[in-house]
Every structure is written in structure tokens, then in C-alpha cells.
Design a protein. Structure first.
Length: 472
């Protein structure tokens, strides 16, 4: 069974003082079990982004240790930089990597937030998946007014005092999927152009989905600075292409782009595939083949062997999610066999839309294959709590509820795949009708299998009423 591993990406409001950046690095790496993967410091933004992975408890300890250093060494009353900020430690997200669910990452955010509020006396706002209020899901909404504006008002944080720390400000702590910080530089110093492009592409202004964007001047160049909240929905290549096209209309060219922090390799491979018009680029990566041959990456055969083994995970829930992912893949295949064919020109636009949605659903269902196994691993850990511990019953119910939520997500997505399978089967390439039917059957199996898992987990709870909203 995979040991739980979480990614943490704390952002600190210091990008110039090497001694402080080194002190933050030391605080993180001194915690046992932590691997610091990357540190990126930007003098213009006066900000550093750290990326590390660790077991859950170690991740919380490392984040807190670094936050203590930031509180001691960073004074926001003397800080200036291009990037919006409200705290010495501005934001701390937890991201599930393996063997851990999003709900468990939310719990980590709450644990860290409570500790920071009490011991460092810093106001903490929970954001993203950990948000306790709808208006705190998006980081820009939490950070409104920044440090200077927040000093003037009474706050309502989730943890800590209701006034900003006099020098360390306030902090947002949360849980989220992988996010990519991505910047595009233009060959102009006119920051108004960057701001205009940012407005056109960001989600809040009706632009691309899952994109946050602002415009800055950095080192004499106009920069469109972005957070890509879900690269399965809007990958970097899509954003780059949109900015390049919009900039050209203003008589401006793209000079370069940059990643801040780390990015999953699939995003780079897909970007290369799009540029080369090579849809199966991922199948031709030498290093990936070597990793698979050396046991460094899971293969389908290995996963099936693991499913057939004696361990409880992966189990029926993961298999149901995989059925849904396979169904979505077939829908995408039929759509691709339809697009570009003269006989189906009248439905090409709809086929393209189905393809886009099917690919998104395929990625989400594939992720849920792993999340289901991780969720049940949480149940196993809860059952190991001594029976005489008064907290055991509540912990078991919490874990069972988390384990039921994952198949509920499978049901929601598989139902949509089922609808798409029926539609593409009706309008798509007739030579692939049987593939669309198989997609529908697999989607139905995913729905039924996931519903069975929800029922089993809810029935096992001491208080099944807590899970009633998940039942059909």
C-alpha cells in the first residue's frame, strides 16, 4: 500500500534576502521525512515559492516551522513587491499526491491553521477546498485590501485574532488540486496591455475556465501572471495560445513564459504534442518507458495484479472509477473519429465540445481511481484506533464519510459520461457505434458500482444519517 504523501507549496513574502530564504529552507528540511523539491524566488515580486512533499504530519510540522521563521524575519511594514500579499507567509496550500484524500488535506489545513492562530497569533483564513464560506474559496477574494487594507479593519478569521499581526499580517491556508503558477512576458513595458489581456482570459471576467490572472511590470516587461487552477480543464498550452493571439491584435509579441514552482510532466508533454500535432506524444517518451520497465511507474498489468491481491485497496470503488474513465476514453475516441470527416461536418462543433468534456471527465475519473483507494486507507487507519478511545467512533465515521464521498464524485461524473456516450453514439461516426454503446455500458457499471460503495460505507457508520445526502 502506498504511504500517504502530501505536497505543500507555501508562499513567503520575501524574494530578495538570501539569508531569510535560506533560513526558511532550513526550517523545512530539518523536519524528518520532508523532501524540498524546489525553491523559486522572484526579486520583482519579492516573493518565494517553496515546494516540498512529506507524510501528512511531517508536512504540517515543516510548514509551521517555516511560518515561525517567516514571522520572526519578515516585516510587511517594510515590504514592497509586484505580487499581491497579506502575510509574511501569504498562503499555504496542501495538495494530495498519493495515499491521501482531499478531505484529509482539508483536515491538515485546519490543524495547521489552528496551531498558527494559537501559537503565532496570526489570523488564518481557510480557502479553496478547506473554505468555510463561499466567499473564501478564491484566494484573491480572501486577500482583498492586502496587508495595508486589512490593518484598518476588524477581521473574522477561521483561527487566530481578529486583527492582523503587526508585522506578519494574515495567512490563507487551504487544500486544493495541483495548481500551476504560470507567467507570460510580453515584448513591451506597457503594463496596461498585460492588465487588459489578463482581464480577457481570466474566469471572473468571462474568459478561460479555471484561470486567475493579473498584469504587472517585471524587469521592464509587461507580465501576465496567472494561476491555472485545473490544468485538465485549461492547460498552459491553451493559455499561452490565447495570450499570443490577443497580444498580436495589439501589435505585441510574446517574449517568453515561465513556470513558478513545479508542474506535472503531463502538462508539458501535452503542450509539446499540441505544438507538434502529435496526439499520442505521451506514448513516445523514452524516460517514461524506462521508468515503467524498471518498476518506477504503475502499468495496467501491475494495477490489475494489485486489484487481484489480498489487500482491501484498490477495490470495487477504484474499479468503478476506472470503468468510468474507460467509458470517457471511448467517448473521446468516437468524437475524434467523427471530427474532420466530411460526412459529419454538420456535427463537428458539437463533437469537439463532447471531446473536450470527455477528456476532462476521463482525467477526473482517473484521479478518483487513486482517491478511492486512499480514502479507504483512511478507514483502515481509523479502525486501528484503540476501541477504548472515546474518539474512535467519531474518527471511524469521519473516515467512512470521506470514503463515501469519493464514489459520490464518481457517480456524478459517470452519469455525465453516460449522457455523452448516448449523444455521440447518435450523432457520431457510425463505424464506431458499438464503441459508444460500450462506453454507455461501462458508464452504467461505474454508476452502479460507485453507488454500491456509498451504501456500504454509509451503512457501516454509527450515525448513518450523516451520509444521507450521498445516497440516491
Amino acid at each position: 500500500m502506498t504511504a500517504p504523501l502530501v505536497e505543500c507549496v507555501p508562499n513567503f513574502s520575501e524574494g530578495r534576502d538570501r539569508a531569510t530564504i535560506d533560513a526558511l529552507s532550513s526550517a523545512i528540511t530539518e523536519v524528518a521525512g520532508v523532501q524540498l523539491l524546489d525553491v523559486q524566488s522572484d526579486a520583482a515580486h519579492n516573493r518565494s515559492v517553496f515546494t516540498f512533499v512529506a507524510p501528512p504530519a511531517a508536512a504540517v510540522d515543516a510548514a509551521f516551522a517555516a511560518m515561525r521563521v517567516a514571522t520572526q524575519r519578515i516585516d510587511l511594514t517594510r515590504h514592497s513587491g509586484e505580487h499581491p500579499r497579506m502575510g509574511a507567509t501569504d498562503v499555504v496550500p496542501f495538495v494530495p499526491v498519493s495515499g491521501i484524500t482531499m478531505d484529509e488535506c482539508v483536515a491538515l489545513a485546519r490543524t495547521l491553521g489552528e496551531r498558527v492562530g494559537k501559537e503565532l497569533e496570526i489570523p488564518v483564513f481557510l480557502y479553496a477546498r478547506a473554505a468555510t464560506r463561499p466567499e473564501r474559496v478564491l484566494l484573491p477574494d480572501v486577500r482583498k485590501g492586502e496587508f495595508e487594507g486589512m490593518r484598518e479593519r476588524t477581521l473574522e478569521p477561521d483561527f487566530g485574532p481578529n486583527r492582523v499581526h503587526p508585522t506578519a499580517g494574515a495567512t490563507a491556508i487551504g487544500a486544493r488540486p495541483f495548481l500551476v503558477a504560470y507567467n507570460v512576458y510580453l515584448d513591451t513595458s506597457d503594463v496596461s496591455i498585460a492588465k487588459d489581456l489578463a482581464k480577457q482570459i481570466r474566469t471572473s471576467s468571462g474568459g478561460l475556465p479555471a484561470v486567475q490572472a493579473s498584469g504587472f511590470e517585471v524587469e521592464g516587461l509587461a507580465q501576465v501572471s496567472m494561476n491555472l487552477l485545473d490544468i485538465e480543464i485549461t492547460p498552459p498550452a491553451t493559455v499561452f495560445g490565447a495570450i499570443k493571439t490577443l497580444a498580436a491584435k495589439r501589435g505585441v509579441e510574446v517574449k517568453k513564459s515561465e513556470i513558478v514552482g513545479l508542474i506535472p510532466e503531463r502538462a508539458i508533454i501535452r503542450a509539446a504534442g499540441a505544438l507538434l500535432q502529435l496526439p499520442d506524444a505521451a506514448d513516445h517518451i523514452l524516460e517514461a518507458k524506462i521508468r515503467a520497465a524498471q518498476g518506477g511507474g504503475p502499468t495496467l498489468d501491475a494495477w490489475i495484479d494489485e486489484l487481484a491481491g489480498g489487500a482491501p485497496t484498490p477495490g470495487g470503488g477504484s474499479a468503478a472509477a476506472l470503468a468510468g474513465a474507460l467509458a470517457a476514453a471511448l467517448v473521446a475516441m468516437v468524437a475524434r473519429l467523427t471530427i474532420g470527416k466530411k460526412a459529419y461536418a454538420a456535427v463537428e462543433n458539437r463533437a469537439r465540445a463532447i471531446l473536450t468534456e470527455a477528456e476532462r471527465l476521463r482525467a477526473e475519473l482517473r484521479r478518483l481511481v487513486d482517491e478511492d483507494a486512499a480514502a479507504y486507507a483512511g478507514v483502515s487507519r481509523a479502525y486501528k484506533i484503540p476501541k477504548d478511545d472515546p474518539a474512535r467512533s467519531g474518527a471511524v465515521d469521519d473516515a467512512l464519510l470521506a470514503a463515501a464521498r469519493t464514489p459520490a464524485e464518481v457517480v456524478k461524473r459517470a452519469r455525465r459520461v453516460h449522457q455523452l456516450a448516448a449523444e455521440i453514439g447518435a450523432i457520431g461516426n457510425k463505424n464506431a457505434t458499438s464503441d459508444a454503446r460500450v462506453a454507455g455500458l461501462l458508464a452504467g457499471t461505474a454508476i452502479d458500482g460507485a453507488l454500491e460503495n456509498i451504501k456500504v460505507n454509509v451503512a457501516a457508520m454509527a450515525d448513518p444519517a450523516r451520509g444521507k445526502d450521498l445516497l440516491p
